[in-house]
Design a protein around this ligand. Structure first.
Ligand code: HEM
Ligand code: HEM
Length: 183
């Protein structure tokens, strides 16, 4: 369980695995779609589906364990801003893989996880891609893209907050997330 002095190894491990994978997937996602680098699509989808399992484990752990208590008292506004950012980050991590799967799966593009066909693609007689459900696929695409921008903003704010704690307030917020124990 998390305490004010030390976060559980599961909390820190899940935080860093999800955080680093997410940053990589966002970077690769924008890069491959802006520059149309199609060979990267299958890699993006494979890691996106795999990390979804870890994200669900993390959400279960958050529900069971609650949010970690702050290392010390903060002004109310600062505390609220941090809490709101954590909510955007955690809900965003759940909705990104779901919207990606809706877009690719229901759009008829297919989803392969390291070569294993999770959802087959759908082509018509002329060899063009046919959506299974055009409306839901577009909703997935819209959500995936705009939530991507929102997450970039939330992550920048989140990292700025972590650095402020460490460099300006000189408290243990960042050290505790790095697994350090202390008062
Ligand atoms: C946590 C997991 C994921 C993150 C953070 C993520 C992030 C992103 C971002 C930021 C983009 C660029 C914005 C856009 O064009 O939509 C993108 C593109 C894309 N993502 Fe993901 N993604 C994740 C999972 C998935 C999954 C599971 C799939 C499908 C199975 C998927 C399929 C795609 C596709 C097909 C594109 C290209 C969209 C286009 O060319 O218009 N993503 N992703
Ligand atoms: C290199 C970048 C990052 C740094 C330095 C960082 C740092 C931290 C720190 C120090 C905390 C503890 C806050 C506290 O004790 O109140 C924290 C919590 C949190 N971070 Fe990050 N973080 C980073 C990236 C991310 C990313 C990309 C996500 C998105 C998934 C994320 C999601 C969260 C969430 C949801 C919490 C709340 C506690 C938890 O659920 O584990 N972080 N982060």
């Amino acid at each position: 369980m998390d305490t004010q002095e030390k976060l559980s190894p599961l909390t820190t491990a899940l935080h860093w695995v999800v955080a680093l994978t997410l940053i990589a997937l966002i970077g690769i996602g924008f890069y491959m779609s802006w520059y149309e680098v199609y060979p990267l699509y299958d890699w993006h989808k494979s890691f996106g589906v795999l990390i979804f399992a870890v994200i669900l484990l993390r959400v279960w752990w958050r529900i069971k364990n609650g949010w970690p208590t702050s290392v010390r008292e903060y002004p109310k506004l600062e505390h609220r801003l941090a809490q709101a950012t954590h909510w955007v980050l955690i809900v965003g991590t759940v909705l990104m893989p779901i919207s990606g799967m809706m877009y690719s799966g229901l759009g008829g593009y297919g989803i392969k996880v390291f070569g294993w066909v999770m959802v087959p693609g759908n082509k018509n007689a002329e060899g063009q891609t046919e959506p299974f459900h055009a409306g839901l696929s577009s909703l997935g695409q819209f959500t995936h893209e705009w939530l991507g921008y929102l997450l970039v903003a939330a992550i920048i704010l989140h990292i700025a907050g972590a650095l402020k704690h460490h460099l300006v307030d000189k408290d243990r917020t960042l050290l505790r997330m790095l697994g350090r124990k202390g008062h």
